[in-house]
Design a protein around this ligand. Structure first.
Ligand SMILES: [Zn+2]
Length: 278
């Protein structure tokens, strides 16, 4: 689980390393849970899942955390992203401010992958916020009917797409982001004749699809529309995501798959979820 500083998020590699060197992961993570020294590591109750005996560990030398209970782990950037609901770029800015390190300009020409990754993360944040909005109540009710609590929905990063043609498009415009990047990952579609953009995902629960590295790379929509359209709509293949290579929930099921010695392939997202929940 080694962290690689290959200029993630378009940031300079040295800059990211300086942040890592300047901040004390025990102090940062210690704000969310009480950490006690245990050998060369620190232990505490996991800030990501409910537990009575500590299975959450922090390795201060390597700057990594890992929970033996829920399997969450990563570096300090991952921790801040997950705990504060930030994108990678925002987490870097947050920690740089903590460390009092001035934030340099990001590389103008960053790889397409990281640009698309940022677009996916921004969209994810947007969908998650929608689920907590008044309009998201419908989505929450549906999830409840499938045995998914509000807390679990949050943990799994579910979102909500309003019954609207341009909710995401307007959000992208509002933030002045490059809409082409969202088109490349299939979240917005360009109308062939008018040239205007509209949302792919409308009126349904948005399910994030994570990479093995625990980053969101695509989405699926469980449509709640009453018309005859498909129940599930997936992100199309993109530079970030190739269908068939990624199984939703796999990154979270990894531990149990290892324990069982084989992967149980299941149809449908909620089957994966109920497996994970079992
Ligand atoms: Zn945990």
């Amino acid at each position: 689980m080694d962290t690689q500083f290959s200029g993630r998020g378009g940031f300079d590699r040295d800059f990211l390393e300086r942040i890592i060197e300047s901040i004390n992961p025990i102090a940062i993570i210690g704000r969310y849970t009480n950490l006690k020294k245990a050998g060369s590591r620190y232990k505490g109750l996991c800030p990501f899942h409910k537990e009575k005996t500590p299975s959450f560990t922090v390795d201060p030398d390597r700057g990594l955390f890992y929970c033996f209970g829920c399997g969450k782990g990563g570096d300090i950037f991952t921790f801040v992203m997950e705990r504060e609901g930030l994108s990678f770029v925002e987490a870097v800015q947050y920690l740089a401010r903590e460390a009092g390190i001035p934030i340099p300009e990001r590389r103008k020409v960053s790889g397409e992958i990281s640009t698309l990754q940022e677009a996916a993360e921004e969209a994810h944040k947007f969908y998650k916020r929608q689920l907590s909005s008044r309009d998201g109540v419908l989505g929450m009710e549906y999830l409840k009917s499938r045995g998914i609590s509000q807390k679990m929905a949050k943990e799994l990063g579910f979102g909500w797409a309003k019954n609207s043609w341009d909710e995401l498009v307007r959000h992208i415009r509002h933030l002045n982001l490059e809409i082409k990047n969202f088109e490349k990952i299939g979240l917005v579609i360009r109308h062939a004749e008018t040239g205007s953009y509209y949302d792919r995902f409308r009126n349904g629960v948005v399910i994030p699809i994570y990479s093995m590295g625990n980053r969101v790379i695509a989405f699926a929509l469980r449509s709640l529309s009453k018309d005859e359209g498909p129940k599930y709509i997936n992100s199309p293949d993109s530079a970030l995501y190739h269908k068939g290579k990624v199984l939703f929930g796999l990154n979270r099921a990894r531990k149990s798959i290892r324990q069982m010695g084989y992967a149980v392939l299941v149809e449908g997202y909620f089957d994966v979820l109920s497996l994970w929940n079992a």
